[in-house]
Design a protein around this ligand. Structure first.
Ligand code: BTN
Length: 319
């Protein structure tokens, strides 16, 4: 009803359309302003949205979602330590399969290999999805690759740019990282209690700390347009739900292997495998159905590189 097209809508018209009192309209306007919407009020003309802000809230996320079950329970924070940590706590308290934990910002965001993940308020996506799969714990690491596929698809949908994957799960646009994924699991022999897949996306930020400014970027910086965080989250969740359901049927990545390899930034290129037992180079031949990277080495053999143990770099830098 409120648009930022320049047109004002009178308080009376809002009352009529919503069937509410003038006092109730005031309350609504106040609540919207508190959520961050900038609303002009001019006597004799009415109300007008002066700017559509990139507001993130439980209701904003809910109204954007089009999933069948993923994200139907939402726990939203304006600030928290880490959405992964919160999702794990909620999991211990019995939260439902598919619960989405999101926060406008994190004070203790966690990255892979014990690194930190810094994200400022109002610009990015920090979200974690709690899953209670029935497959074997040794399959869980593959969820990270599915999440990467989902973010890749959503990033392309919302920006129109080509988004690629740096194995196993970084999303890159124009050679720069715009998303990181951290999957954590609680399991015992043959049984998963829960998995938490945490996704951090650089959406509308324009600056990065010195140590990552050469390798990190945002959807905004690469596409030149601001992206709605709730629309991006909805698109990621929709794609992730589809991939996850496919995975639950096959229990491996055979059904998306070709799609993944077509988006793999290192495909058929020389890579450097940083194995703690010894570094070597080879040609990346894409993933197998378990999500391992196949690397053809000069002696003619193919190594299956598993993401837990080693990282892989392009020979000319980050990708
Ligand atoms: C990486 O190192 O590339 C992984 C970064 C993962 C960051 C996300 S942000 C949401 C979720 N909560 C966290 O604390 N980490 C993940």
């Amino acid at each position: 009803m409120l648009k930022n097209s320049g047109d004002y809508i009178s308080g009376e018209a809002i009352c009529k359309e919503l069937g509410v009192s003038r006092a109730y309209v005031w309350k609504l306007i106040k609540a919207l302003r508190e959520e961050g919407y900038e609303i002009d009020a001019v006597s004799g003309r009415g109300y007008r949205l002066s700017e559509i802000p990139d507001v993130l809230s439980e209701s904003e996320i809910k109204s954007s979602l089009s999933t069948r079950w993923m994200g139907h329970d939402i726990v939203y924070f304006s600030s928290t330590d880490s959405t992964n940590t919160q999702a794990k706590l909620l999991a211990e308290q019995g939260a439902a399969d598919g619960t989405l934990v999101a926060s406008d910002m994190q004070t203790g965001g966690k990255g892979r290999r014990g690194r930190t993940w810094v994200q400022k308020s109002g610009e990015n996506i920090s979200m974690s999805i709690l899953l209670r799969p029935s497959f074997d714990p040794d399959r869980a690491s593959m969820l990270t690759l599915l999440a990467a596929m989902a973010v890749r698809k959503a990033a392309e949908e919302l920006t129109g740019m080509r988004a690629l994957i740096k194995w196993p799960n970084d999303i890159v646009i124009n050679g720069k990282k715009i998303c990181g994924i951290l999957t954590e699991m609680s399991a015992e022999q043959g049984y998963i209690h829960y998995v938490v897949t945490g996704i951090g996306i650089n959406v509308n930020g324009a600056t990065f700390p010195d140590d990552i400014k050469d390798t990190a970027s945002s959807l905004f910086l690469e596409s030149g347009s601001k992206v709605s965080r709730s629309a991006m989250m909805a698109s990621v969740l929709k794609a992730f739900e589809e991939y996850y359901e496919g995975f639950s049927r096959f229990c491996d990545l055979s059904f998306i292997r070709d799609e993944y390899n077509a988006a793999l930034v290192s495909m058929d290129r020389e890579v450097c495998v940083l194995d703690p037992k010894g570094q070597y180079t080879g040609i990346s031949r894409g993933i197998n159905e378990a999500g391992e990277l196949l690397v053809a080495t000069p002696d003619g053999s193919i190594t299956e590189v598993s993401s837990g143990e080693v990282s892989v770099r392009g020979i000319y830098g980050y990708v």
